[in-house]
Design a protein. Structure first.
Length: 348
């Protein structure tokens, strides 16, 4: 496709997005459980895979529950929805269930899971809004890039989630050698799985991986993927990830049909000049921003956020997990204070 067609498609996609979603853009962020993945054949682009041999005790590479819950509480304060609860492979269904219950409880809303092929029969689905499958790429080299995550199993898991009444989504990383003609494959996959959302990321080439010295996706290519999805699926939620070195991509992605911006390191960027620039990028498209990346009073709990994407729901979890959260309260509050202090040190 030539560049004029891509720009024309973006123009149409922007209009279509306004028609179905109004004028709002929000931030989301994945809630990570740890730094270890036990896939025997890890994904070729993955940072965690490069660290695997350095981790002697995988249990120590997991985040403490207090930190996970503190982050969930702060995310709600600043109006960033959790994109999903995510970790490498290696968590039991019970562990996933307990964490999902506790996160849903402190946030008072259901959650998305992106934790590999999970046994949904062992999860309290009352706290789950949806399931995300880490498809990562639709390029012909997918089996080589993600040898430990067969596409068929991910598809079966997502179809089962749909049958159970959950929403579903996938993640796609651009910059893994995909070609423009692969867009068609992605559109077919979205249709086949009847997806409710898709998350795009641009590859952040990691040292020690085969992609270390490879260029990532260009802005025009990224726009082409996003607008193609929007034009074919006007009502799908599109989440686009950019790293802090790609801030100028934000407004073109919104113009191409993105609803949500993700992938920023929250506490190291909040309130800094990059955070102000990111907000400005969003507002420059004429969209309204839900949530904040700059208001430290909101983060510190001194002020209540005015515009939030959160809608509180009734959440029922086991009494055992309610007890665990309450026992952890003091530790959670300490973690909250420490995250806020870290931000205050760097913010403008
Ligand atoms: S499944 Fe996720 S954490 Fe594990 S190797 Fe692949 S990308 Fe990395």
């Amino acid at each position: 496709m030539n560049v004029e067609d891509i720009l024309e498609n973006a123009r149409k996609a922007f209009k279509l997005t306004t028609k179905h979603f109004g004028n709002k853009i929000s931030f989301e962020r994945a809630l990570f459980l740890g730094w270890y993945c036990n896939l025997k054949q890890p994904c070729k682009f993955c940072y965690m895979a490069t660290q695997k041999d350095k981790i002697r005790d995988p249990r120590k590479a997991r985040r403490r529950l207090e930190s996970i819950l503190a982050e969930a509480i702060l995310m709600k304060r600043i109006g960033w929805k959790l994109e999903f609860i995510s970790g490498g492979y290696g968590y039991t269904a019970k562990e996933i269930n307990d964490i999902a219950e506790m996160v849903a409880y402190v946030q008072k809303c259901k959650q998305y899971l992106n934790v590999g092929v999970v046994d949904l029969d062992s999860i309290n689905l009352d706290v789950v809004e949806g399931v995300v499958g880490a498809v990562e790429t639709v390029s012909k080299d997918r089996d080589w890039i993600c040898p430990g995550k067969p596409l068929d199993k991910i598809k079966d898991n997502l179809l089962k989630a749909k049958e159970l009444g959950l929403k579903t989504g996938i993640t796609i990383i651009l910059g893994l050698g995909e070609k423009e003609e692969d867009i068609e494959k992605l559109l077919n996959l979205i249709e086949e799985l009847d997806l409710d959302r898709i998350t795009f990321y641009s590859l952040n080439p990691q040292k020690g991986t085969v992609f270390e010295n490879k260029p990532s996706v260009t802005t025009i290519e990224y726009m082409n993927w996003v607008s193609s999805v929007r034009l074919s699926f006007p009502k799908i939620k599109i989440i686009t990830g950019v790293w802090v070195d790609k801030i100028p991509m934000i407004s073109p992605l919104i113009m191409s049909g993105s609803n949500v911006i993700t992938k920023f390191p929250l506490f190291s960027v909040f309130g800094t000049k990059e955070a102000y620039w990111i907000e400005k990028e969003i507002l420059s498209t004429g969209r309204e921003l839900l949530g904040t990346f700059t208001d430290v009073d909101v983060l510190a709990g001194k002020k209540v956020l005015e515009k939030t994407p959160y809608v509180e729901e009734e959440i029922n979890i086991s009494s055992e997990n309610i007890r665990r959260v309450e026992e952890l309260r003091e530790g959670i509050n300490e973690r909250i204070e420490s995250y806020v202090a870290k931000v205050l040190k760097k913010s403008l």
